[in-house]
Design a protein around this ligand. Structure first.
Ligand code: NI
Length: 291
């Protein structure tokens, strides 16, 4: 029998402030921007905890969901409706970034064997940003804490799925309505995942404003409210979701090394989504995954 993964979600609210006490006020302001404002600001966090295990033959469960919920509530009692910098001892010398909060939660939950084998801790700061720590990150990181950060972006674009190398009949047979000459459009949802060590100076895997700027300049501005078929990269390539996902990787990997750029996800419609994690061997670090 193989292992089964089980995920439980739970919300909590907390405030925090980004401040490196070893830096002067100017540097803190420069690096952390408004996140450095006193006394802090708050988020509604959503925590997703995934545990893995064999299914118990008698109960039919990996772990009792009620017990898991009780443990999560106990652990989060320390965090819920608190100021993380001021109220929580773990963050005395550690900046309470999403990555570091996920790291602390991982340690607290890993110390509770009654919930089974911890596989993944995913912490959403909002709908468009989450940090994640997996068992593979913990194995690969050793003394150095590792995590991934996933950021969501949006653009709308038109395309006609059509190959110049095929006859009209073949195009129609292969692509159906997507070959309509007038083209059609989608609201694309793009997710960019960056994985690596959590910087002890910033508590971050990647600086989010820098990532936002790169993705806006290199990807969103290029495609948003455009016709993909007129993009130079699609002059001889069909603008399918697969090719668009790979093109986004290609555009970003010039600025984010392949060892850190971990996954590109693209939702084209509610029924179809794509993911790309680079060519085989490209940036292949332990802990990489297509999930
Ligand atoms: Ni914040």
């Amino acid at each position: 029998m193989g292992r089964v993964l089980l995920t439980k979600r739970i919300e909590f609210s907390a405030s925090h402030r980004y401040q490196n006490d070893a830096w002067d006020a100017e540097r803190n302001r420069l690096v952390f921007g408004a996140c450095n404002n006193e006394p802090g600001h708050g988020h509604n966090y959503l925590l997703e905890v995934t545990v893995a295990g064999e299914v118990d033959a008698q109960t039919g469960m990996v772990v009792n969901l009620y017990d898991l919920k009780q443990v999560l509530k106990q652990v989060l009692e320390e965090f819920d409706h608190k100021h993380l910098n001021l109220d929580i001892p773990y963050f005395k010398g550690t900046i309470p970034t999403t990555e570091n909060i996920a790291g602390v939660l991982w340690k607290m939950l890993a110390a509770r064997p009654e919930i089974g084998t911890l596989e993944k801790v995913r912490l959403f700061e909002d709908e468009d940003l989450f940090a994640e720590i997996t068992a593979a990150d913990v194995r690969a990181g050793g003394e150095n804490a590792r995590a991934s950060v996933t950021r969501q972006y949006y653009f709308s674009a038109a395309h006609r799925v059509h190959s110049g190398q095929l006859s009209p009949a073949e195009n129609r047979r292969l692509y159906g309505k997507c070959d309509s000459p007038g083209a059609h459009g989608h609201n694309y949802e793009l997710s960019v995942r960056v994985r690596g060590e959590i910087s002890p100076d910033t508590g971050m895997v990647v600086d989010i404003p820098t990532l936002d700027r790169l993705v806006q300049e290199l990807v969103v501005q290029r495609f948003d409210h455009r016709d993909l078929n007129r993009d130079p990269d699609f002059s001889a390539r069909v603008p399918t979701g697969e090719n668009l996902t790979r093109l986004v990787w290609k555009l970003l990997v010039r600025s984010i090394p392949a060892a850190r750029l971990d996954r590109i996800g693209l939702v084209e419609t509610r029924g179809s989504s794509y993911a790309y994690t680079g060519e085989t061997g490209e940036g292949a670090l332990p802990g990489r995954g297509a999930a």
